[in-house]
Design a protein around this ligand. Sequence first.
Ligand SMILES: C[S@@+](CC[C@H](N)C(=O)[O-])C[C@H]1O[C@@H](n2cnc3c(N)ncnc32)[C@H](O)[C@@H]1O
Length: 393
Amino acid sequence: MPKIEDGSTVRITEGKVVLDVAPTGGYKGPGVRGGVFYNPAMVNNRDLSIILVNTLLEGGRLPGRSVSILDGLCGSGIRALRFARELTNSGEVTIRGIDIDEGSIRTACEGCAANGVNVDFLREELNGHLVRNRYSYVDVDPFGSPVPFIRNAISSLLNGGVLAVTATDTAALTGSIPRVARRRYDTALHRTDFQHELSCRALLGNLARTAASLERSVSPLFFYTSDHFVRGYVKLGRGAGRTDGSLKNVGYILLDGNGYVEVIHRLEEIRSVDGGRKVIGPIWVGPLEDREMVTDMLGATKGERFTYMETHKHIRSMLETALSENGLPPGGYDTNAVASILRMSPPRISSLMGALKAKGFGVSRSRFSPILVKTDASWKVFKRTFIDIVEGE
Ligand SMILES: C[S@@+](CC[C@H](N)C(=O)[O-])C[C@H]1O[C@@H](n2cnc3c(N)ncnc32)[C@H](O)[C@@H]1O
């Protein structure tokens, strides 16, 4: 992306869309508040949303007599334009984009003409719009935290609808600034060796609790992180029984100094626990993905269909890892941190994983970090295996 002067226009190509954007402040990074926003670093966020929504559409998994999609904070309109241009059968779907900024809506409307697509772009305030409208899919991609929009976004979704949320306040969600997490997400977080996974669990925990207060359940379809954002997709359900069921996945984890995690479901259980461990939560302690959904998305990335995407390979490898993580408990061992606790060099991760597997434990790499090992083995077993592998290498 070339550096450009204030007010000048740059032509960007992303996916199958070409768009002329004049980002505020020249293109030094993402546009500033109040200007036309376009951030090329979010391309993986948008690529994956196209694969996921396409999978939902092809599987008939979105509700409504005719499917309606809202790009809630659309900025330049790039995501909604890409939905219109790149989704299979997008002609049978209503696609709308909302932004409060006049320049953004003008840019987005020009994008419709330039790309020969039909998107209903409106200049409106999102919360007001959500109160008056119903959708099959709502995408909320704000500056910072999505919390101000979550309640209304959930209310606006039809039964079985899907909410997509981006959060860029990663310092709060990873536990780097606990007081902000407490204030914004009503959860107690601490620094951990699996901070990116934790950020997904904190966001999803908050979504589940907000939904529950509206008697709506959430089922995660897929959660992941990138350098500067946390992103998740949940399917909404209705009814007290389903809601209580989804709340069973909201709990706490106890963290000891070695990175070992224990899950508890109610705060009272902590009384029986010895001291020295940190309590994190409430967070989502269940799976961060839906096995069937991830399998279908992975299937979709195997053919030629999405190879034009810049981040196609990265998405594929993330989905593969996510599938192997499914069913394992929260958290994971950072092999560098464990090596430093044990004053040893880290072993080859593949050897360590092979040894744990041979002992009958579940084990996987993590979509969140290349040095993290996820397993259902206890700290005692993990430590013994780690030492044996290092000493045998
Ligand atoms: C991070 S940008 C969106 C980026 C966009 N989704 C993309 O993929 O490029 C956030 C956008 O939200 C808009 N916005 C902020 N508050 C809003 C509100 N209350 N209602 C509608 N739009 C709002 C801003 O004008 C800005 O364009």
